[in-house]
Write a protein that binds this ligand. Structure first.
Ligand SMILES: O=C(O)CCC(=O)C(=O)O
Ligand SMILES: [Fe+2]
Length: 224
C-alpha cells in the first residue's frame, strides 16, 4: 500500500523548517548511500552536525508520529533519524532500493516503510517527482508542502531531476510492528471501517466486534 497523507505540518511549522533549512549547511548526499545507490544519487543533505537539525527532527518526528492516519498505516516500532534533503540544478536520485537494514546499536532497524515529506510548494520547482515502480506500473508523487507519501521500502524508486528551483524534503525509514505490507493493509482497512462506523453510530456492538478483531489480529502479527 502506498499512501499520501495531507496536512502533516502546518503553514507555521513549514515556515520554521524552511527558514532553518535556508540557513543550514548542506553536504553531498552520497555520504549516506549504499555502494550501488551512490552511483545514482546526486543530492544534498543537511549536515547532521548542525545543531538546528536536532530540533527540526524532533518537530517533524512528533508531527508525523502523532498523525492518526500515519499511526494506522505505519504502526511504527522504530524510526531512523529524519534526513533533510535538497535537490536543485538538475539534481536527481536514480532508480534504487533502500538498504534493508539501517543504523547501529540500539538504533538498528529493518526498513519496512520509507517516507517523503514534501517541504516546498510544488509550483516553486519543476521536476522532482518521486517515482515508484510497482507491478501496476510507474506512479509519480509531487505533493503539496506539508504532505507525505509512505511506501514499502521494498519498492524500486527514484527522484526525477529538478530543473527549476529547489525541492526540499524530510525523509526517513520505519520498522513497523507489522512486517508484512499486506497485513498492514488489512489492519488499516479494518481500522478505517471501524472509525467510520463509530462516527456514524457511536460505540455499537458491531464497533466492539471490529475493535476486538483488530486487536486480536495484532496479537497474531505484531512484533514488539
Ligand atoms: O527524496 C525522496 O523523495 C526519496 C529519496 C530517496 O529515495 C532516498 O533518499 O533513499
Ligand atoms: Fe530511496
Amino acid at each position: 500500500m502506498i499512501l499520501c497523507i495531507g496536512n502533516i505540518l502546518s503553514d507555521q511549522q513549514l515556515n520554521q523548517v524552511r527558514t532553518a533549512l535556508d540557513q543550514g549547511q548542506f553536504e553531498d548526499g552520497r555520504k549516506t548511500a549504499g555502494w550501488h545507490a551512490r552511483l545514482v544519487k546526486n543530492n544534498e543533505q543537511m549536515q547532521v552536525a548542525d545543531d538546528t537539525v536536532k530540533s527540526l527532527r524532533a518537530g517533524v518526528e512528533k508531527a508525523l508520529t502523532e498523525h492518526p492516519v500515519f499511526q494506522m498505516a505505519v504502526r511504527p516500532a522504530k524510526m531512523t533519524p529524519i534526513l533533510f534533503s535538497r535537490y536543485r540544478d538538475g539534481m536527481t536520485y536514480g532508480n534504487h532500493v533502500d538498504d534493508p537494514v539501517m543504523g547501529r546499536g540500539a538504533g538498528r532497524l529493518r526498513t519496512d516503510i520509507s517516507f517523503t515529506l514534501f517541504l516546498d510548494d510544488p509550483d516553486s520547482y519543476d521536476g522532482g517527482e518521486l517515482v515508484t515502480e510497482t507491478s501496476a506500473g510507474e506512479q509519480t508523487y509531487k505533493l503539496p508542502a506539508g504532505s507525505a507519501v509512505i511506501y514499502p521500502s521494498s519498492t524500486l524508486h527514484r527522484v526525477a531531476p529538478v530543473t527549476r528551483g529547489q525541492r526540499r524534503v524530510a525523509i526517513g525509514w520505519i520498522q513497523s510492528t507489522i512486517r508484512d505490507p499486506a497485513q498492514r493493509e488489512v489492519l488499516f482497512d479494518l481500522d478505517t471501517a471501524r472509525r467510520t462506523l463509530f462516527e456514524r453510530e457511536g460505540k455499537s456492538s458491531e464497533f466492539d466486534l471490529l475493535t476486538k478483531s483488530l486487536a486480536n489480529l495484532q496479537r497474531f502479527w505484531a512484533e514488539v
